[in-house]
Structure formats: structure tokens, C-alpha cells
Design a protein around this ligand. Structure first.
Ligand SMILES: C[S@@+](CC[C@H](N)C(=O)[O-])C[C@H]1O[C@@H](n2cnc3c(N)ncnc32)[C@H](O)[C@@H]1O
Length: 249
């Protein structure tokens, strides 16, 4: 490779990173009501962090060999961030809304500090899941959870029904179920009810702008909930996901 090309490559990477940061800031900041500067710095920090993390090839191979997955991997690129946030917890009582084949669930289930895993999924998908055999998805999820040597529960139901009947508390909750505005909002509010103080709340698809109108996407639902709960929430990390810590009231 010529010296000129060698010098150009890092600059192109840096330029594409800066471009991505500017796009995210332009999309998100106008929707934020309070603590704009916190969002601003966390967006930049999150982009840099993700960009310069070690490769995940070994982890991805490990999970592929041990567990059964037939469909796309929407989770593994979060592994470095999740390790950073979850490894320091003394113990993890994990609730997950939206498990699909169980990728995020088995990742958490394999952490040494995890003591129990609770998964909720309709196994019916949503508009963004065409051509998927959800009987197979359910079987894979259930079989994958059974391979964990940790206590686990799998609820084949809507998150709405799960929360109606739930009286347990958790210290890590992952919201990755329905991506419609009103469902994300309901999952967020219900999660705050059963999240322990100092617990972690992770919302997927903070930058998910699939529906034409921004008001229909998870982004605005998450920001509206943040506005309501901001006195109780610290923002730990922002990338395509947003990670909060619940402050004691
Ligand atoms: C993006 S996938 C979850 C991906 C998963 N976390 C992983 O690591 O691969 C979203 C899942 O949410 C489920 N879902 C959609 N609406 C739901 C609802 N109202 N309640 C519970 N689960 C729901 C879908 O069936 C789908 O399996």
C-alpha cells in the first residue's frame, strides 16, 4: 500500500466518524428538552467508545457454536458496551422485553454475576419482521435458555400482560420489544416501577428511525419518558442504544 493511501485511511475513518456524530446530534438534540449538553457529550463519547473497541469475532463465534440461531444478529455489536456497564454489578437479576432467539438473554445469562434471567416475548414479531418462522424462534429461544446454568423464566406474552401480573423487582432491564412509540413508552414506565434503585435500564434502538414520522419511533418515546423521570435517571451511555442508571428517589 502506498504511503499516501496509508495516511489517508485513518483520516477517512475519522471523517466518517465526525459525519456520523454530526448527524446524530442534528437528529437527537432538537428533540431533547432538558440536559441537552449531557446528551451532546454522551453522543460524542458513545461514538468514540464504540469505534475504538476490540473486535468481537471470538465472542460471536463462541455464542454461535454453543447456541442455536437461525436469523439475523441484532445484538452482538452491543457486547463491548454491555460488558462495560454490567461487569461491575455485584449481581444481576435481568428482565428482557423482546428476546427473539435469545441472543441478548444468553449473553447476560453467561455473565458470572448473573443470578436469574426473565424473558418476555410474544413470539409474533412486528412489522419489521417479515418472513420469520416464530415457532422456530420460540423453540430456539427456549432451548437456548435451557442451556444456561442459571435460573430462567420465559413468558410467551405481551409485555403489557407481563407487567400487569408482575410483582418482582429487577436490577437490569432491557427494552427491545415492540418498537412503536406507545408500546416503548408503556414498557419504559412499567420498567421504572420494577427497577431497583441503582438498577440499569437499557433501551434499544434509540436511533431507530424506521417509521417516516419521528413521533412514531422509539426515539421520541424514550426522550419523553426521560423528561418525566429525569430526576431519577442518570445517562450512562448513548450509542444506538441508551443506557440509564436509576437514582434513588
Ligand atoms: C428486535 S427483537 C429482540 C431481539 C433480541 N433482544 C436479540 O437479542 O436478538 C424484538 C422482539 O420483540 C417481540 N415483541 C414485539 N412486540 C412485543 C410486545 N408487545 N411484547 C413483548 N414482545 C414483543 C418480537 O416478537 C421480537 O421477537
Amino acid at each position: 500500500m502506498s504511503q499516501v493511501v496509508k495516511k489517508l485511511i485513518p483520516n477517512i475513518f475519522r471523517l466518517s466518524l465526525i459525519k456520523r456524530i454530526i448527524n446524530k446530534i442534528k437528529t437527537i438534540l432538537p428533540l431533547v428538552n432538558s440536559n441537552k449538553s449531557r446528551f451532546f457529550f454522551k453522543i460524542i463519547q458513545g461514538e468514540y467508545y464504540v469505534k475504538f473497541q476490540p473486535s468481537l469475532v471470538n465472542e460471536i463465534e463462541y455464542f454461535k457454536k454453543k447456541y442455536k440461531f437461525n436469523y439475523d444478529d441484532w445484538f452482538s455489536y452491543n457486547i463491548n458496551v454491555w460488558k462495560k456497564v454490567l461487569n461491575s454489578l455485584e449481581e444481576i437479576k435481568y428482565l428482557e422485553i423482546g428476546s427473539f432467539e435469545g441472543r441478548s438473554a444468553v449473553f447476560v445469562g453467561e455473565l458470572d454475576n448473573t443470578i436469574e434471567v426473565t424473558c418476555v416475548d410474544t413470539f409474533q414479531g412486528s412489522n419489521e419482521h417479515p418472513d420469520i418462522n416464530f415457532d422456530l424462534v420460540y423453540k430456539n429461544c427456549s432451548d437456548n435458555l435451557d442451556k444456561l446454568n442459571k435460573s430462567h423464566n420465559l413468558f410467551k406474552n405481551t409485555s403489557h400482560n407481563f407487567f400487569l401480573n408482575n410483582n418482582k423487582k429487577f436490577n437490569v432491564i432491557y427494552i427491545d420489544g415492540s418498537h412503536f412509540f406507545s408500546d416503548v413508552k408503556e414498557d419504559f414506565i412499567n420498567s421504572m416501577e420494577c427497577l431497583e434503585d441503582n438498577g440499569i435500564l437499557i433501551c434499544d434502538d434509540f436511533y431507530w428511525l424506521l417509521w417516516n414520522k419521528i413521533e412514531l419511533n422509539p426515539t421520541l418515546a424514550i426522550l419523553e419518558c426521560y423528561e418525566n423521570f429525569k430526576d431519577n435517571l442518570d445517562i450512562l451511555f448513548i450509542n444506538n442504544q441508551i443506557v440509564f442508571k436509576k437514582k434513588p428517589s
